[in-house]
Design a protein around this ligand. Structure first.
Ligand code: 5RP
Length: 208
């Protein structure tokens, strides 16, 4: 199991500071969608130039023009990028093909998918690298969590790695770690606490 830190609410310098503080405990750093919106892929490249050896995921949440857009994320330094599970099958197949031709990985984000079991089976057959359950900020605000959806995805995939995101904190991580996702994605639970290095270390320790 790997720990991914989602960096969402920082500027590029803030993102770099957070990477410095947490890099001993974090396996994958996510260049979050708000960073993509605010600073584009140029911001991702700055982070890649400063940290050539980290694993970087660009949370592009691609919906269309998928082959081109995944290719751009990888050209600017991502190792992994994301497409939405609600995208057309053709877009997801195109994204998987280009990703694998470039020797990279694709994570399918299930945010907004209504029939999680059926879509997970379909994506598993298409050959996605990761399928991630994701309770977005707008539904977290209504008290929703990603726990049950992770269980459903795990029951419906054979080959694809599983990931989970959405409001996971130090005090809720253990419950979700017990479900054994391949990738545990934590954003605010690390980045917005007083001591991000300590929070990342504590969560990483629970995973061992
Ligand atoms: O993709 C995202 C929002 O769309 C976040 O990166 C993801 O939800 C993880 O952050 P948090 O742990 O703060 O929910």
């Amino acid at each position: 199991m790997k720990l991914q830190l989602a960096i969402d609410l920082e500027d590029i310098d803030g993102a770099m500071n957070l990477i410095e503080k947490t890099k001993d405990s974090v396996d994958v750093f996510e260049y979050g969608t708000p960073l993509v919106i605010n600073f584009g892929l140029e911001g991702l490249k700055k982070i890649r130039d400063r940290f050539p050896d980290i694993t970087l995921l660009a949370d592009a949440k691609i919906m269309d023009v998928a082959s081109y857009e995944v290719g751009q994320a990888f050209k600017y330094g991502a190792d992994i990028t994301t497409i939405l599970g609600v995208a057309e099958d053709q877009s997801i197949k195109d994204a998987i093909k280009t990703t694998h031709e470039m020797g990279k990985e694709l994570l399918v984000d299930m945010i907004g998918v209504q029939d999680i079991a059926k879509r997970a089976q379909e994506l598993d057959k298409m050959g996605a690298d990761y399928i991630s359950t994701h309770t977005g900020y707008d539904l977290q605000a209504l008290g929703k969590t990603p726990f049950e959806d992770l269980h459903t995805i795990k029951e419906n995939v054979k080959d694809t790695k599983t990931a989970v995101a959405g409001g996971i904190k130090v005090d809720t991580a253990e419950k979700i770690i017990n479900e054994q996702p391949d990738l545990l994605i934590v954003g605010g639970g690390i980045s917005t606490v007083d001591d991000p290095a300590k929070a990342a270390k504590e969560i990483k320790a629970m995973m061992k």
